[in-house]
Design a protein around this ligand. Structure first.
Ligand code: MN
Length: 256
C-alpha cells in the first residue's frame, strides 16, 4: 500500500521523521512535505506562484520530496503527480495540539482533509504540547491507529478524517484511547500590544487556553486527562439542521 506522509512543521521536523519510522513497515512511504514550517496556514493552496519540489533521501521512505508550498499543496501534488494508488494520507506528527475549533487554522488537519477531498482515507496526528518534544509514544500510537484505519476504513465516510491528539506524557502515563468530539477553544489575553521604535503600536498573537468545557467526550478534556483523543472530523460545513429555519425567513419568495 502507498502511504502519503505529510505535515505542516516541514520535512525536517522530528515529528514527521518519527512518523515515517512508525509507518515504514505498513506500506511504501511517500514523504511529501513542505520545505519550511507552515503551521497555522489552514487549508491554503498556492495559485499565484510555481510550486517547486526537491527530492531528498530519507531512511524509511520510498520517495521523499520537499515542496515549496502548503500542506494542502503537498497532498494535492502527491495524489495527482507522485503516487499512483494512494491508500492512506497520514499528516503529522504535529509539534503542538490541534484541538477543538483550532482545527480550522491547522495545516496538519487541512492536509488530512485534502486527502479525504481527493478520496483517500486520512488521519492527522498531533502531540498536544509545544514543549514536550518526545515523539516516541506518539509515533507508536500513530502506528496502532494507522493499522486500525487500514482495517476499518470502509466504515469511514469519504468526507471524514480522524483527528488524533496524543497527550504529552511518557507512554506509561497514557490511560488509553477516547473517541471524542471537537471542543470550543477560547483564548484569554490573545495579543501582546507593543510599541515599535517609532512609537507605532504592533501586535503579537499569543493567547492562553481558557478551559470552558469539562465533559469527558470533548477532545480537550480527554487529552488533559491523559487519553489519546480520536475525533472523526468532516468537511461538510453545512449546518443541515438550520436549513429549514433559514428558509422560514422567506428570502426564497423575495422577488428581485
Ligand atoms: Mn505545526
Amino acid at each position: 500500500m502507498q502511504i502519503v506522509v505529510t505535515n505542516d512543521d516541514g520535512i525536517m521536523a522530528p515529528g514527521i521523521r518519527a512518523l515515517v519510522g512508525a509507518l515504514k513497515d505498513l506500506g511504501d512511504i511517500y514523504l511529501i512535505a513542505p520545505t519550511e514550517e507552515r503551521s497555522a496556514i489552514g487549508h491554503g493552496i498556492t495559485l499565484r506562484d510555481p510550486i517547486r519540489t526537491r527530492p531528498l533521501l530519507v531512511e524509511g521512505a520510498r520517495e521523499a520530496w520537499a515542496v515549496d508550498g502548503t500542506p494542502a499543496d503537498c497532498v494535492k501534488l502527491a495524489l495527482n503527480e507522485f503516487v499512483r494508488e494512494c491508500g492512506l494520507v497520514i499528516s503529522g506528527i504535529n509539534n503542538g495540539p490541534n484541538l477543538g475549533t483550532d482545527v480550522l487554522y491547522s495545516g496538519t488537519v487541512s492536509a488530512a482533509i485534502e486527502g479525504a477531498v481527493l478520496g483517500a482515507p486520512s488521519m492527522a496526528v498531533s502531540l498536544a504540547s509545544f514543549e514536550f518534544g518526545d515523539f516516541t509514544a506518539a509515533a507508536e500510537i500513530a502506528g496502532i491507529l494507522t493499522r486500525s484505519l487500514m482495517e476499518n476504513k470502509s466504515s469511514l465516510p469519504p468526507n471524514t478524517i480522524l483527528n488524533v491528539n496524543v497527550p504529552p506524557v511518557k507512554k506509561e502515563l497514557i490511560k488509553g484511547f477516547r473517541v471524542t468530539r471537537l471542543g470550543f477553544i477560547e483564548y484569554e489575553d490573545e495579543f501582546d500590544r507593543r510599541i515599535d521604535p517609532r512609537g507605532n503600536p504592533y501586535f503579537w498573537m499569543k493567547g492562553r487556553l481558557a478551559h470552558k468545557e469539562f465533559e469527558p467526550d470533548v477532545d480537550v478534556v480527554a487529552v488533559a486527562e491523559n487519553y489519546v483523543s480520536i475525533t472523526p472530523v468532516h468537511f461538510d460545513l453545512t449546518n443541515h439542521v438550520i436549513i429549514d429555519r433559514v428558509k422560514k425567513w422567506g428570502i426564497e419568495e423575495y422577488k428581485l
